[in-house]
Design a protein around this ligand. Structure first.
Ligand SMILES: [Zn+2]
Length: 116
């Protein structure tokens, strides 16, 4: 599962961060998931909940997932539009052009970590 290996990577990152900062416990992890990453947030969360309790470092860690909105831009009028859900717009709501393209990240970023 794609999400599971992402979580495994995250755990490695957290261990490194904790070691660098002399921290013993991770309290809160904030992830930012790009709209075009293809990551299923529920699966990511599930992976985190499965792996976090396995090590003392992350046993009590809470996970916050920020899901960035999908944005589309228009080549003709420079309109930018946030989209809800998975639907890709057919045309630009501003000028009706079909020259629209996805904006925004396809990556998964560790945004913030609270540790002690
Ligand atoms: Zn337009």
């Amino acid at each position: 599962m794609h999400e599971f290996s992402l979580v495994q990577g995250l755990m490695g990152q957290l261990e490194t961060l904790a070691a660098e900062n002399g921290a013993e416990r991770i309290l809160l992890v904030t992830m930012e998931i790009g709209p075009f990453s293809g990551v299923v947030v529920d699966s990511f969360r599930f992976g985190f909940e499965a792996l976090a309790p396995l090590t003392p470092l992350t046993r009590n860690a809470r996970l916050i997932v920020l899901q960035l909105p999908q944005r589309y831009g228009c080549r003709d009028c420079d309109n930018e539009q946030d989209m809800d859900g998975d639907a890709r717009p057919e045309d630009c709501p501003c000028c009706g052009s079909r020259e629209i393209f996805p904006l925004g990240a396809d990556d998964v970023v560790l945004r913030q970590v609270e540790m002690e």
